[in-house]
Design a protein around this ligand. Structure first.
Ligand SMILES: [Zn+2]
Length: 300
């Protein structure tokens, strides 16, 4: 178990919303221990506290909301906060959407590292997955199963020559997140973009913030950042989706063709079954629970 962390100082950035196409300013500010992640919309004078049951829309991007106010496309920033273990933060936005930046987590890594990270006194609470929780739906599959650390096993299978089948297993920590996951960009299919933009979505989408794929190849001139950038981006998204629990995760997340919607359903199913998890707030207890779960595996 580790101590909670926040930013050393506040930092500002601006960019455009992927879906709204609007310019948005964002300020990341340090926050008190145990306060978690709070968004504040300056244009509505309204706060939204991050929680798994504040996820209100999962079509294309993750939207969180509280009553009439919502914030779109939170997943890449949330993923990076989780990856860098920034637990308490106050996020001010001038409008309805977190800026897309370059479509990956890398600009957020840069900003957060520039601001600096400090340790606080309180311990970070963990959730220990005690038994498998699974959802199978329309040929897609997602699960959380017991594991000592936070691991991800992700497979995608697209009927597309460029993407095809990609599979990755990774134990997620600060180092592996930055090196292996954070730089992977959002991707989309050329054939979908016209439809999206006709429906007032992806208005801010461009080759500067997404990999665009057609049936022959990648439209972007710049090369892929990883050979299997697509599955890595799905992992980036999944980390953001799981981070809404506000807890360190001791368990393995497994997905086949999952998405924001299925990820949130999985969290709701997990939290509705108290026998499937334990939330640990005391560092000594975590050691005990962890060793109990893992003794049979360790002696194999
Ligand atoms: Zn994404």
């Amino acid at each position: 178990m580790r101590k909670q962390r926040t930013l050393k100082k506040k930092i500002k950035a601006s960019g455009i919303g992927l879906h709204s196409g609007k310019k948005v300013e964002i300020t990341l500010e340090p926050a008190a221990e145990n306060s978690g992640i709070t968004f504040y919309r300056e244009d509505k004078d309204s706060e939204i506290k991050l929680s798994y049951d504040n996820v209100v829309d999962t079509r294309l991007a993750t939207t969180i909301g509280d009553g009439n106010v919502s914030i779109k496309t939170v997943e890449h920033l949330l993923s990076t906060l989780f990856g860098l273990k920034v637990d308490n933060i106050y996020i001010r936005l001038s409008s309805e959407e977190v800026p897309i930046m370059d479509g990956s987590g890398a600009p957020w890594v840069y900003l957060i590292k520039t601001a600096g990270i400090v340790e606080q006194n309180a311990y970070k609470h963990s959730i220990i997955i005690k038994k498998p929780v699974k959802i199978k739906e329309n040929g897609k599959f997602v699960a959380l199963i017991p594991a000592k650390n936070f691991e991800i096993g992700y497979s995608i299978n697209f009927d597309n020559k460029v993407i095809q089948k990609q599979k990755m297993n990774i134990e997620v920590d600060e180092f592996s997140f930055v090196k292996e996951i954070s730089k992977a960009r959002t991707f989309g299919f050329l054939k979908d973009i016209e439809y999206l933009q006709n429906n007032n979505l992806a208005l801010g989408g461009s080759l500067d913030n997404a990999i665009v794929v057609d049936e022959y190849g990648i439209i972007n001139e710049d090369p892929l950042r990883y050979e299997d950038e697509f599955v890595r981006h799905k992992i980036l998204d999944a980390i953001g989706d799981l981070s809404v629990l506000g807890l360190d995760i001791k368990g393995k997340y497994i997905a086949y063709k999952s998405g924001h919607d299925l990820n949130n359903k999985l969290l709701r199913k997990l939290m509705s079954d108290k026998s499937a998890y334990e939330i640990v707030k005391n560092p000594l207890k975590e050691l005990k629970v962890g060793s109990l779960i893992w003794s049979p595996v360790a002696t194999k």
